[in-house]
Design a protein around this ligand. Structure first.
Ligand code: PLP
Length: 375
């Protein structure tokens, strides 16, 4: 199997699988006062410490959630609950994941004014445009770090640092799902008040994520109940999933720059092979090496995707969430219209290899011969 759809989800690493089992065996409730509870609590604390360190944060700033969708909803609706009565403006981008886009759209329906910054004609988002959209009436700026469909890296650090200097009360939120454990993401450097993370994008299990909330920043909880996670996220902690997430981060964290170099080389190899093919254009360049958007001339994405699937080559036609629907994000990036229907997203993990790329290129060439001839 050639799996090149790692932006949709990653294969859990061995360390994560082992840790999940350890978390299942240590079945106490972390809130219980007896030893079984304490043992579970210690596992949760260890994972929290690992994730905090990877993010350059302190343990009290990490809250476990059910995934980045919940983290993003908590950040956006929490910011609104905290400040939305007095201030009305949200600044975001037009290329956010639905887990930010949809909560923001919902707040727009409820009367917020939303400014969405779009990429320019070169497909770039300018930090000054984000900054310029912020005014005294703004309560939240939400901007992702790496776009999940194209790999484009947004100028979050530049934008947030300018914003925080002039408007220290504006909350800054970054969806770092596609950047964490791939780029050197550090909370303070990013000038973010809140950061969303997901376990299954970093070789951990699904159904677990985290929200970093900077010390001193007050946003109300999204989930009310038993008061777990210091009252910020009620619900019994999923010890097995938290252990798996922590173990994956513990494994990948020391390897971020080494993996970045290796995967950058792999992306260069992929682009070289696409250029040699002659019938493939590369939509995205210069972003995260983990995600590459390409278009295969004359072939519809879905048709090609299923052709490749028969050869056990797994890629995506856009993002996993856009399932069959045309991607509005690709349009936002100003890719040529003729590329939009024939775009494939190739996304690497730290384990991807040149052999995977070779297999993919053979599969695409075979599809070009078989399907272009039929048409
Ligand atoms: N944000 C981005 C950028 C993503 O790519 C994804 C998943 O595709 C999410 C948020 C949602 O993450 P989760 O599956 O953990 O809810």
């Amino acid at each position: 199997m050639i799996y090149l759809d790692n932006a949709a989800t990653t294969k859990p690493c061995g360390e994560a699988k082992k840790a999940v089992i350890q978390g299942l065996e240590c079945f106490g409730n972390p809130s219980s006062l007896h030893r079984a509870g304490l043992e579970a609590e210690l596992l949760v604390s260890h994972a929290r410490a690992v994730i905090a360190e990877a993010l350059g944060a302190s343990e009290e700033e990490i809250y476990f959630t059910s995934g980045a969708t919940e983290s993003n909803n908590t950040a956006v609706f929490g910011a609104y609950k905290a400040h939305g009565k007095r201030r009305k403006r949200i600044v975001t981008t037009s290329v956010e994941h639905p887990a930010v886009k949809n909560p923001v759209d919902e707040l727009e329906k409820q009367g917020c004014e939303v400014v969405r910054i779009s990429p320019d004609e070169n497909g770039e988002i300018n930090s000054r445009d984000i900054f310029a959209a912020v005014n005294e009436d703004t309560f939240l700026v939400s901007c992702m770090l790496v776009n999940n469909e194209t790999g484009y890296v947004l100028p979050v650090e530049k934008a947030f640092s300018m914003i925080k200097k002039k408007y220290p009360d504006v909350l800054t939120h970054c969806d770092c799902v596609q950047g964490f454990m791939k780029l050197p993401v550090k909370a303070k450097k990013l000038c973010a008040d809140m950061i969303s993370l997901s376990g299954h994008k970093v070789c951990g299990p699904k159904g677990i994520g985290a929200l970093y909330v900077k010390k001193g920043v007050h946003v109300p909880p999204f989930m009310l109940g038993g008061g777990q996670e210091k009252g910020f996220r009620s619900g019994t902690e999923s010890v097995p999933l938290i252990c798996g997430f922590g173990a994956a981060v513990e494994k990948l964290s020391p390897l971020v720059s080494e993996n970045y170099e290796r995967v950058s080389g792999l992306q260069r190899y992929l682009i070289e092979k696409c250029t040699e093919n002659g019938g493939i254009s590369v939509n995205s360049r210069g972003g995260s090496p983990y995600v590459t958007s390409i278009a295969v001339k004359g072939l519809k994405s879905e048709v090609l995707l299923h052709y490749l699937e028969k050869r056990e080559i797994y890629v995506s036609s856009g993002s996993a969430c856009s399932k069959g629907k045309k991607s509005s994000v690709l349009k936002e990036f100003n890719y040529p219209t003729e590329n939009l229907d024939s775009t494939l997203r190739i996304s690497f993990s730290f384990e991807s290899s040149r052999e995977d790329v070779d297999g993919l290129m053979e599969g695409i060439s075979a599809a070009q011969q078989a399907l272009c001839r039929i048409r």
